[in-house]
Write a protein that binds this ligand. Structure first.
Ligand SMILES: [Zn+2]
Length: 432
């Protein structure tokens, strides 16, 4: 089973390389839009277009000299990546329409606009990747050796690179390298430090509270960025949206750039703390229980939704899944109807209501007084490591499945990369 991981590197291109990167991304956008209009025309003529990537490539190779005589300026990979993305987008649309795809309805692919779409292209074949003897560089076919802000070789750690996606976000070019993961070879696999199970409560006031009392506070830098973001958004809302024939004033565009930059910084901060926390958890505990927070269901409650999304739960779970698979720790994902914050961990009494503002859990029955998040973390640990214990204590046992620790389900991705996510709780994977 091959599994993959992404390694992200910020590029530091010369002005000439930057123009070439933009040209490649523009070529991908051109090819995407051209092919989309071609498929559309075929459909409107009552034909049944073949929208596999291979069919698109064939059509392009037949017509490119006439339609885009400049195509040689860019690597053929730029065009191919556009066809791969469009082919996937059309498949998603078609599957969604026929009810073969779960989740939100997927609409007809939209044309990529020069102003609003993220400039992007990818390499999947050819001699792209690391440069021998130059760890802070990447080789991009047709563009050359591009200097990086980070040590790319160290991040890749000798793993095979199968794909390189280049994109521009918040004004900077990045390369995302898809590398093959080598399970069990992670350096943290041998250094497990604690021998008891743990429950993790992802929090509002704190990033995470563990059942053994360990608390991960939110970094101050994060709160500062949040304040900056709020101010930048206020400025943006004051700027003229209708100037320049609906394109917005120049001052508005500047304010928008600033909001985007702060968003990018917050995302980076979030990625950093989620990455560190999950790595530490997977390396420290033999068994980890978390709650399955259904973010979509929670978006009805705006206040809570903001916090849950802030904590980056989906990313937290995804990283914990593959990191526990590496270190051999077991991961239990608790049913999301399990009332972890409302249940007293000592006597099992369930409160009918517990507003988010109440930071301390106080049990009217047994008198327990405890930090709300810690009480929740203990309940999560108990539910994950010994489901029957909770029932015996009278935790809400009548609702079917309410206290069961469910193992993480296999995530099947529609793209066919079914093996991209490994289970954290695979039996026989406990390299303790
Ligand atoms: Zn109690």
């Amino acid at each position: 089973m091959t599994a993959y991981e992404a390694v992200k590197v910020r590029l530091d291109p010369t002005p000439r390389q930057e123009r070439m990167l933009a040209s490649h991304a523009g070529a991908a956008r051109f090819a995407y839009n051209l092919m989309l209009s071609h498929v559309r025309r075929q459909l409107s003529l009552g034909e049944r277009p073949d929208w596999t990537m291979y069919a698109m490539r064939r059509w392009w190779n037949e017509w490119k000299d006439g339609i885009a005589p400049w195509w040689r300026q860019n690597s053929k990979e730029a065009y191919n990546s556009a066809f791969e993305w469009l082919s996937q987008a059309l498949k998603n649309w078609s599957d969604s329409r026929k009810g073969r795809r779960r989740g939100r309805r997927v609409g007809w692919p939209r044309y990529k606009s020069k102003r609003t779409s993220v400039p992007r292209f990818a390499y999947t074949t050819g001699s792209f990747g690391l440069v021998d003897g130059d760890p802070k560089a990447l080789r991009l076919p047709r563009i050359g050796r591009v200097h990086c802000m980070e040590n790319a070789a160290r991040l890749v750690r000798g793993r095979r690179i199968v794909r390189m996606t280049v994109s521009r976000r918040a004004g900077a070019w990045h390369a995302a390298l898809t590398v093959e993961r080598q399970p069990g070879t992670h350096p943290t696999a041998k250094a497990r430090r604690r021998d008891y199970p743990v429950g993790v409560d992802l929090g509002v006031k704190t990033l995470a509270t563990l059942s053994d009392g360990t608390v991960f506070p939110n970094p101050h830098a994060y709160a500062r960025s949040q304040r900056k973001l709020r101010r930048a958004q206020q400025t943006l809302s004051r700027r003229d949206r209708d100037a320049n024939h609906g394109r917005g004033s120049n001052r508005r565009r500047k304010a928008l750039d600033r909001v985007r930059r702060i968003h990018a910084r917050i995302a980076a901060q979030r990625a950093d703390r989620v990455g560190k926390l999950t790595a530490w958890l997977a390396a420290t505990y033999p068994s980890i229980s978390i709650e399955d927070l259904n973010v979509q269901g929670m978006t009805h409650n705006h206040r809570l939704a903001k916090h849950v999304l802030d904590a980056g739960f989906a990313e937290f779970r995804r990283q914990l899944e593959y990191k526990t698979a590496r270190t051999g720790a077991r991961l239990h994902v608790i049913d999301r109807w399990h009332p972890s914050s409302k249940t007293c961990h000592r006597c099992g009494t369930v409160k009918a209501k517990l507003p988010l503002s109440e930071r301390v859990y106080h049990c009217d029955k047994c008198g327990l007084t405890m930090d709300r998040d810690l009480n929740a973390a203990i309940n999560i640990m108990v539910a994950g490591s010994a489901p029957e214990t909770l029932n015996a204590r009278g935790g809400d046992a009548r609702r079917p499945g309410s206290s069961e620790a469910t193992q993480t389900p296999v995530k099947r991705e529609p793209s066919g990369r079914a093996n991209a996510v490994r289970l954290g709780a695979v039996p026989g994977n406990r390299g303790m």
